[in-house]
Design a binder for this molecule. Structure first.
Ligand SMILES: C[S@@+](CC[C@H](N)C(=O)[O-])C[C@H]1O[C@@H](n2cnc3c(N)ncnc32)[C@H](O)[C@@H]1O
Length: 298
Protein backbone atom coordinates (compact mmCIF):
# COMPACT_ATOMS: atom_id res chain seq x y z
CA UNK A 1 0.00 0.00 0.00
CA UNK A 2 1.50 3.35 -0.95
CA UNK A 3 1.99 6.39 1.32
CA UNK A 4 -0.87 8.43 -0.15
CA UNK A 5 -3.39 5.67 0.52
CA UNK A 6 -2.16 5.38 4.14
CA UNK A 7 -2.65 9.12 4.77
CA UNK A 8 -6.24 8.88 3.44
CA UNK A 9 -7.12 5.84 5.51
CA UNK A 10 -5.49 7.23 8.69
CA UNK A 11 -7.50 10.43 8.20
CA UNK A 12 -10.72 8.50 7.67
CA UNK A 13 -10.21 6.43 10.80
CA UNK A 14 -9.65 9.70 12.69
CA UNK A 15 -12.90 11.12 11.26
CA UNK A 16 -14.71 7.88 12.09
CA UNK A 17 -13.42 8.03 15.69
CA UNK A 18 -14.94 11.52 16.00
CA UNK A 19 -18.25 10.12 14.79
CA UNK A 20 -18.53 12.57 11.87
CA UNK A 21 -18.50 9.93 9.11
CA UNK A 22 -18.35 6.14 8.90
CA UNK A 23 -14.92 4.78 7.97
CA UNK A 24 -14.64 2.99 4.62
CA UNK A 25 -17.45 4.78 2.78
CA UNK A 26 -16.96 4.48 -0.95
CA UNK A 27 -16.25 1.43 -3.07
CA UNK A 28 -13.71 0.38 -5.64
CA UNK A 29 -10.14 1.61 -5.81
CA UNK A 30 -10.25 4.45 -3.29
CA UNK A 31 -12.26 5.30 -0.19
CA UNK A 32 -14.78 8.14 -0.13
CA UNK A 33 -13.52 11.54 0.95
CA UNK A 34 -15.64 14.52 -0.12
CA UNK A 35 -14.02 17.53 -1.73
CA UNK A 36 -14.74 20.51 0.58
CA UNK A 37 -17.34 22.81 -1.04
CA UNK A 38 -14.91 25.74 -1.16
CA UNK A 39 -12.57 23.54 -3.23
CA UNK A 40 -15.42 22.36 -5.51
CA UNK A 41 -16.20 26.03 -6.22
CA UNK A 42 -12.54 26.80 -6.93
CA UNK A 43 -12.21 23.76 -9.25
CA UNK A 44 -15.23 24.78 -11.35
CA UNK A 45 -14.03 28.36 -11.38
CA UNK A 46 -10.55 27.37 -12.56
CA UNK A 47 -12.05 25.26 -15.38
CA UNK A 48 -14.35 28.19 -16.33
CA UNK A 49 -17.35 25.85 -16.32
CA UNK A 50 -20.37 27.31 -18.12
CA UNK A 51 -23.82 26.35 -19.38
CA UNK A 52 -22.38 24.77 -22.56
CA UNK A 53 -20.27 22.30 -20.57
CA UNK A 54 -20.79 18.59 -20.16
CA UNK A 55 -19.06 17.54 -16.96
CA UNK A 56 -18.14 14.01 -15.83
CA UNK A 57 -16.98 13.35 -12.26
CA UNK A 58 -15.09 10.08 -12.04
CA UNK A 59 -15.82 8.67 -8.56
CA UNK A 60 -18.63 11.09 -7.77
CA UNK A 61 -19.26 10.37 -4.06
CA UNK A 62 -22.26 12.43 -2.88
CA UNK A 63 -22.41 14.18 -6.28
CA UNK A 64 -21.42 17.64 -5.10
CA UNK A 65 -19.19 18.50 -8.07
CA UNK A 66 -21.72 17.79 -10.85
CA UNK A 67 -24.62 19.16 -8.77
CA UNK A 68 -22.74 22.42 -8.12
CA UNK A 69 -21.84 22.70 -11.84
CA UNK A 70 -25.52 22.25 -12.75
CA UNK A 71 -26.87 24.63 -10.08
CA UNK A 72 -24.31 27.41 -10.29
CA UNK A 73 -23.40 27.36 -14.00
CA UNK A 74 -26.27 25.54 -15.74
CA UNK A 75 -23.90 22.82 -16.94
CA UNK A 76 -25.06 19.25 -17.47
CA UNK A 77 -23.33 15.92 -16.93
CA UNK A 78 -23.07 12.86 -14.78
CA UNK A 79 -21.03 11.15 -12.10
CA UNK A 80 -20.07 7.50 -11.75
CA UNK A 81 -19.38 5.59 -8.56
CA UNK A 82 -19.52 2.02 -7.28
CA UNK A 83 -21.02 2.85 -3.85
CA UNK A 84 -24.80 2.47 -4.13
CA UNK A 85 -25.46 4.43 -0.92
CA UNK A 86 -23.53 7.41 -2.26
CA UNK A 87 -25.18 7.12 -5.68
CA UNK A 88 -28.62 7.15 -4.09
CA UNK A 89 -27.66 10.17 -1.96
CA UNK A 90 -26.31 11.99 -5.03
CA UNK A 91 -29.45 11.37 -7.12
CA UNK A 92 -31.69 12.43 -4.21
CA UNK A 93 -29.71 15.64 -3.71
CA UNK A 94 -29.88 16.42 -7.45
CA UNK A 95 -33.66 16.01 -7.29
CA UNK A 96 -34.01 18.10 -4.13
CA UNK A 97 -31.88 20.87 -5.67
CA UNK A 98 -33.99 20.83 -8.87
CA UNK A 99 -31.19 19.70 -11.19
CA UNK A 100 -32.01 16.00 -11.65
CA UNK A 101 -32.55 16.63 -15.39
CA UNK A 102 -29.01 17.90 -15.73
CA UNK A 103 -27.06 15.93 -13.10
CA UNK A 104 -27.37 12.16 -12.80
CA UNK A 105 -25.32 9.51 -11.06
CA UNK A 106 -24.83 5.97 -12.28
CA UNK A 107 -23.15 2.83 -11.02
CA UNK A 108 -20.12 2.23 -13.20
CA UNK A 109 -16.42 1.52 -12.91
CA UNK A 110 -14.74 4.83 -13.70
CA UNK A 111 -12.10 3.09 -15.82
CA UNK A 112 -14.86 1.91 -18.17
CA UNK A 113 -16.78 5.17 -18.44
CA UNK A 114 -17.39 6.57 -21.93
CA UNK A 115 -15.79 10.03 -21.72
CA UNK A 116 -16.52 11.07 -25.30
CA UNK A 117 -19.22 13.64 -24.40
CA UNK A 118 -17.11 15.38 -21.74
CA UNK A 119 -15.93 18.95 -22.08
CA UNK A 120 -14.82 18.90 -18.42
CA UNK A 121 -13.64 15.90 -16.37
CA UNK A 122 -13.15 16.11 -12.61
CA UNK A 123 -11.31 13.72 -10.30
CA UNK A 124 -10.45 13.34 -6.64
CA UNK A 125 -8.61 10.05 -6.97
CA UNK A 126 -5.22 8.65 -6.15
CA UNK A 127 -2.36 9.74 -8.44
CA UNK A 128 -1.91 6.26 -9.90
CA UNK A 129 -5.62 6.26 -10.86
CA UNK A 130 -5.23 9.64 -12.57
CA UNK A 131 -2.23 8.29 -14.46
CA UNK A 132 -4.10 5.17 -15.49
CA UNK A 133 -6.88 7.37 -16.90
CA UNK A 134 -4.41 9.66 -18.66
CA UNK A 135 -4.06 7.87 -22.05
CA UNK A 136 -7.84 7.72 -22.44
CA UNK A 137 -8.20 11.40 -21.52
CA UNK A 138 -5.48 12.41 -23.98
CA UNK A 139 -7.51 10.89 -26.83
CA UNK A 140 -10.41 13.26 -26.18
CA UNK A 141 -11.14 16.35 -28.24
CA UNK A 142 -8.46 19.05 -27.92
CA UNK A 143 -9.51 21.65 -25.39
CA UNK A 144 -11.30 19.22 -23.05
CA UNK A 145 -10.44 20.37 -19.50
CA UNK A 146 -9.48 18.09 -16.64
CA UNK A 147 -9.55 19.39 -13.07
CA UNK A 148 -8.12 17.27 -10.28
CA UNK A 149 -8.27 17.78 -6.55
CA UNK A 150 -4.96 17.18 -4.74
CA UNK A 151 -3.34 14.69 -7.11
CA UNK A 152 -1.41 15.09 -10.35
CA UNK A 153 -1.15 13.26 -13.70
CA UNK A 154 2.50 12.19 -13.53
CA UNK A 155 4.67 13.63 -16.27
CA UNK A 156 1.75 15.53 -17.87
CA UNK A 157 2.38 18.90 -16.22
CA UNK A 158 -0.72 20.97 -15.36
CA UNK A 159 -1.55 24.08 -17.41
CA UNK A 160 -2.69 25.83 -14.25
CA UNK A 161 -2.70 25.12 -10.51
CA UNK A 162 -3.73 26.69 -7.24
CA UNK A 163 -3.18 25.93 -3.54
CA UNK A 164 -6.05 26.68 -1.19
CA UNK A 165 -5.97 26.93 2.59
CA UNK A 166 -8.75 24.64 3.88
CA UNK A 167 -8.48 24.54 7.70
CA UNK A 168 -11.35 22.03 8.07
CA UNK A 169 -9.61 19.43 5.85
CA UNK A 170 -8.10 16.52 7.82
CA UNK A 171 -7.56 13.93 5.09
CA UNK A 172 -5.03 13.69 2.25
CA UNK A 173 -3.15 16.97 2.60
CA UNK A 174 -4.52 18.28 5.94
CA UNK A 175 -5.35 22.00 5.94
CA UNK A 176 -4.59 22.42 2.25
CA UNK A 177 -5.98 21.53 -1.15
CA UNK A 178 -4.11 21.52 -4.44
CA UNK A 179 -6.08 22.01 -7.63
CA UNK A 180 -4.64 21.11 -11.02
CA UNK A 181 -6.04 21.97 -14.46
CA UNK A 182 -5.06 20.44 -17.81
CA UNK A 183 -6.29 21.08 -21.35
CA UNK A 184 -6.16 18.12 -23.73
CA UNK A 185 -3.58 19.40 -26.21
CA UNK A 186 -4.04 19.48 -29.99
CA UNK A 187 -1.28 17.87 -32.01
CA UNK A 188 1.04 20.68 -33.20
CA UNK A 189 4.06 18.50 -33.98
CA UNK A 190 5.51 18.72 -37.46
CA UNK A 191 7.12 20.91 -40.08
CA UNK A 192 5.32 24.18 -40.60
CA UNK A 193 5.63 26.91 -43.21
CA UNK A 194 4.56 30.48 -42.51
CA UNK A 195 4.42 33.34 -45.00
CA UNK A 196 3.59 36.57 -43.20
CA UNK A 197 3.55 40.05 -44.80
CA UNK A 198 4.46 42.47 -41.99
CA UNK A 199 6.17 45.86 -41.62
CA UNK A 200 6.66 46.22 -45.41
CA UNK A 201 8.36 42.83 -45.89
CA UNK A 202 7.27 39.18 -46.18
CA UNK A 203 8.68 36.78 -43.64
CA UNK A 204 9.29 33.24 -44.89
CA UNK A 205 9.45 30.99 -41.85
CA UNK A 206 10.25 27.28 -41.62
CA UNK A 207 9.45 25.77 -38.25
CA UNK A 208 10.04 22.20 -37.06
CA UNK A 209 8.25 21.29 -33.81
CA UNK A 210 8.27 18.17 -31.59
CA UNK A 211 5.68 17.87 -28.86
CA UNK A 212 5.75 16.35 -25.37
CA UNK A 213 2.21 16.61 -23.94
CA UNK A 214 1.49 20.37 -24.31
CA UNK A 215 5.13 21.48 -24.52
CA UNK A 216 6.78 22.21 -27.89
CA UNK A 217 10.45 22.38 -28.76
CA UNK A 218 12.02 22.91 -32.13
CA UNK A 219 14.09 24.77 -34.68
CA UNK A 220 13.18 27.64 -36.93
CA UNK A 221 14.57 29.76 -39.74
CA UNK A 222 13.25 33.19 -40.66
CA UNK A 223 14.24 34.34 -44.17
CA UNK A 224 17.04 31.76 -43.94
CA UNK A 225 18.42 33.01 -40.61
CA UNK A 226 18.42 30.67 -37.60
CA UNK A 227 15.86 31.69 -34.99
CA UNK A 228 15.53 30.59 -31.38
CA UNK A 229 12.22 28.91 -30.51
CA UNK A 230 10.95 29.89 -27.04
CA UNK A 231 7.75 29.76 -24.98
CA UNK A 232 6.25 27.20 -27.35
CA UNK A 233 3.19 25.34 -26.08
CA UNK A 234 -0.33 24.23 -26.87
CA UNK A 235 -3.31 24.94 -24.65
CA UNK A 236 -6.19 23.00 -26.14
CA UNK A 237 -6.19 24.28 -29.73
CA UNK A 238 -4.37 27.52 -28.86
CA UNK A 239 -0.73 27.58 -29.93
CA UNK A 240 1.87 30.06 -28.71
CA UNK A 241 5.55 30.42 -29.66
CA UNK A 242 8.19 33.12 -29.98
CA UNK A 243 10.96 33.14 -32.57
CA UNK A 244 13.95 35.37 -31.87
CA UNK A 245 16.66 36.33 -34.36
CA UNK A 246 19.77 38.27 -33.36
CA UNK A 247 20.71 39.02 -29.77
CA UNK A 248 21.03 41.83 -27.22
CA UNK A 249 19.87 45.23 -28.48
CA UNK A 250 19.57 43.79 -32.02
CA UNK A 251 17.23 40.96 -31.06
CA UNK A 252 13.97 40.85 -33.00
CA UNK A 253 11.26 38.85 -31.31
CA UNK A 254 8.34 37.37 -33.28
CA UNK A 255 5.39 36.40 -31.07
CA UNK A 256 2.85 34.01 -32.57
CA UNK A 257 -0.55 33.30 -31.00
CA UNK A 258 -2.95 31.23 -33.05
CA UNK A 259 -5.57 28.53 -33.18
CA UNK A 260 -4.76 25.12 -34.63
CA UNK A 261 -7.30 23.32 -36.75
CA UNK A 262 -6.24 20.30 -38.78
CA UNK A 263 -2.99 21.28 -40.49
CA UNK A 264 -3.46 25.04 -40.23
CA UNK A 265 -2.74 27.60 -37.53
CA UNK A 266 -4.40 31.00 -37.95
CA UNK A 267 -3.59 33.83 -35.61
CA UNK A 268 -1.74 37.04 -34.85
CA UNK A 269 1.97 37.81 -35.19
CA UNK A 270 3.61 40.65 -33.29
CA UNK A 271 7.18 41.63 -34.20
CA UNK A 272 9.13 43.50 -31.49
CA UNK A 273 12.28 45.25 -32.73
CA UNK A 274 13.56 47.63 -30.04
CA UNK A 275 10.59 49.86 -29.21
CA UNK A 276 8.89 49.24 -32.56
CA UNK A 277 6.02 46.75 -32.64
CA UNK A 278 4.32 45.57 -35.86
CA UNK A 279 1.28 43.36 -35.91
CA UNK A 280 -0.29 41.22 -38.64
CA UNK A 281 -2.38 38.11 -39.17
CA UNK A 282 -0.52 34.92 -40.05
CA UNK A 283 -1.36 31.46 -41.33
CA UNK A 284 0.92 28.47 -40.75
CA UNK A 285 0.56 25.31 -42.82
CA UNK A 286 1.81 21.89 -41.75
CA UNK A 287 3.76 20.25 -44.58
CA UNK A 288 4.84 17.10 -42.65
CA UNK A 289 3.78 15.45 -39.40
CA UNK A 290 6.19 15.37 -36.45
CA UNK A 291 6.97 13.60 -33.20
CA UNK A 292 4.16 13.69 -30.61
CA UNK A 293 5.01 12.18 -27.20
CA UNK A 294 2.12 11.49 -24.82
CA UNK A 295 3.96 9.31 -22.29
CA UNK A 296 3.51 5.64 -21.68
CA UNK A 297 0.31 4.07 -20.40
CA UNK A 298 0.35 2.32 -17.02
C1 LIG B 1 -12.22 10.60 -2.86
S1 LIG B 1 -13.87 10.23 -3.30
C2 LIG B 1 -14.27 11.67 -4.27
C3 LIG B 1 -15.74 11.98 -4.31
C4 LIG B 1 -16.13 13.21 -5.13
N1 LIG B 1 -15.59 13.14 -6.46
C5 LIG B 1 -15.67 14.45 -4.46
O1 LIG B 1 -14.64 15.01 -4.91
O2 LIG B 1 -16.32 14.90 -3.47
C6 LIG B 1 -13.61 8.95 -4.52
C7 LIG B 1 -14.86 8.22 -4.94
O3 LIG B 1 -14.50 7.30 -5.97
C8 LIG B 1 -15.29 6.13 -5.85
N2 LIG B 1 -14.57 5.06 -6.58
C9 LIG B 1 -13.43 4.43 -6.21
N3 LIG B 1 -13.06 3.56 -7.15
C10 LIG B 1 -13.98 3.62 -8.15
C11 LIG B 1 -14.13 2.96 -9.39
N4 LIG B 1 -13.24 2.08 -9.84
N5 LIG B 1 -15.20 3.29 -10.16
C12 LIG B 1 -16.11 4.20 -9.74
N6 LIG B 1 -16.00 4.86 -8.57
C13 LIG B 1 -14.96 4.58 -7.78
C14 LIG B 1 -15.43 5.93 -4.37
O4 LIG B 1 -16.59 5.16 -4.06
C15 LIG B 1 -15.52 7.37 -3.86
O5 LIG B 1 -16.86 7.78 -3.73
Amino acid sequence: MNGTRWVWIAGLIAIGACGVARAQEGAGDVVYVPTPQVVVDAMLDMAKVNAKDYIIDLGSGDGRIVITAAKKYGARGFGVDLDQVLLKRANETAKREGVAERARFVEENLFETDLSKATVITTYLLPEMNEKLRPKILQLKAGTRVVAHDYHMGEWQPDDNETLSVPEKTVGNPGKSYIYLWYVPANAAGQWQIRAPIGGQTLAIDLDLSQHFQMLIGNARINDRAAQVQGARVRGEDVTFWLTVGSGANAVRHEFNGRLQGDTIDGTLRVHAGKKVDQAAFTARRIAPGKLELGSSL
